[in-house]
Design a protein around this ligand. Sequence first.
Ligand code: SF4
Length: 404
Amino acid sequence: MTTAPALKPNPYFPIAQLQCETDAGIETIPLVEERAFSSWQPTIPAHYQAMAVEELTRRIHAARATLGERVVILGHHYQREDIIRFADDRGDSFALAQYAASHQDAPYIVFCGVHFMAEAADILAGPHQQVILPNLEAGCSMADMANERDVRSAWRELGELFGGTNDIIPVTYMNSAAALKAFCGANGGVVCTSSNAGKVLEWAFTQGKRVFFFPDQHLGRNTGHALGIPDAEMVLWNWRVPAGNLGGAQPAALEGARVILWQGHCSVHQRFSLTQIAEARAQHPGVQIVVHPECRAEVVDAADANGSTAFIAKYVANASAGAVIGVGTEINLVSRLAKENPDKTVFCLDPVVCPCSTMYRVHPAYLAWVLESLVEGHVVNRIEVPAEHKRDAKIALERMLALK
Ligand code: SF4
């Protein structure tokens, strides 16, 4: 086993493991200096592009004050500090969408997160509310691994194999396009979050013989394991395999499957490994390990606990003073938990963990631009889900809510 570098105290991040090369990437620099800016939304007016974070912060505060209660700003847990500080509420995607829907007096909802989250907020928002995504290029690589065309094509193939789809319940993770939530709503299926996936799968098995789970194979597999479903009864559907080939699976394996897993993953959570957990345990006897269920099954199995971002935050908050906690999730949340729990040592299991590169695209320049546009009376970057998708996606979301 390789030996990790010796730990040194740091006033900001309590242990050296957090002083990784990506820490510099969490600091906000002017938009134009961001290496990846050329692939972000280029239509932001030029004068925002070179502004320093101090100027952007001043402008955001001023626009915010002018707009008052007409705007609600939402910040996902994985947003950078220079964004989350403006959030009226922070949380996971579903909690934030519910928060927005409960603030019907605000006509504008600025969702600092990624595309599918803004769509979910629009699905739940009132007809008079407009949802804005500061940077239209802030997508989610996992959600992008399942597009509607590929899922419909797989559904057709499964229907041909099984002589119909009545016994297959489609379940989509919250991290998916509105079109897929609508597909589930229209086909007897449901949406799940990382908090309620177990309950949702239990319900699905009361409705049919098999579950077709997308887009995250790891959440699906980990949830299946927690329900006692063996690997032999969970089959992977590779969407990269050309249509007509059953996603690369054998017909006999599909016949015996209770869960058909879409071969999608989160590029952030898939980085966590057994080696990192072993190193953390070797360096910190008594360390508590908590990871997100988007991590691989072997990582989830080796951890002391796993759960959603809300679960992880609670786990850290409830740990005793002096506890050392290794966390397997996105670096912005881990860094925030470290700062908010100074009586504990909280560190990221991956010493070179990258921030979620798409969440990171919500730079304060974009937030300043969309808010100042609202002050001037223009809505830019509106996310609007087509009415028929909204209707069917709501059915899938309501089925989920009815399970609580
Ligand atoms: S952390 Fe993973 S699942 Fe979440 S937005 Fe980023 S890529 Fe998507």
